[in-house]
Design a protein. Sequence first.
Length: 89
Amino acid sequence: MLSVTMRGLSTLTQKGQVVIPKDIRDHFALKPSDKLSFRVLDAKIVAEPVDSTDEVFGMFGSAGGISKAKMKRVIREQTVAKFHDKLNL
């Protein structure tokens, strides 16, 4: 793989959002609603484009795997908790 060095500057908003500089978005052909994976590597934040749903689920690294039923239950519980927090219930 060819190594390319690109740099850009962005400001973190109060909501924790950043804008990826246009040159970098263009280089990776990023479009609205594309997914990015974030990780900490030493003292750096690394963002990488995610190519598929499998990669998104793979980032959570479960040693024994997780059943679809358990995955759906956890997603449902977290979604309910999120809305309860938003509504201050």
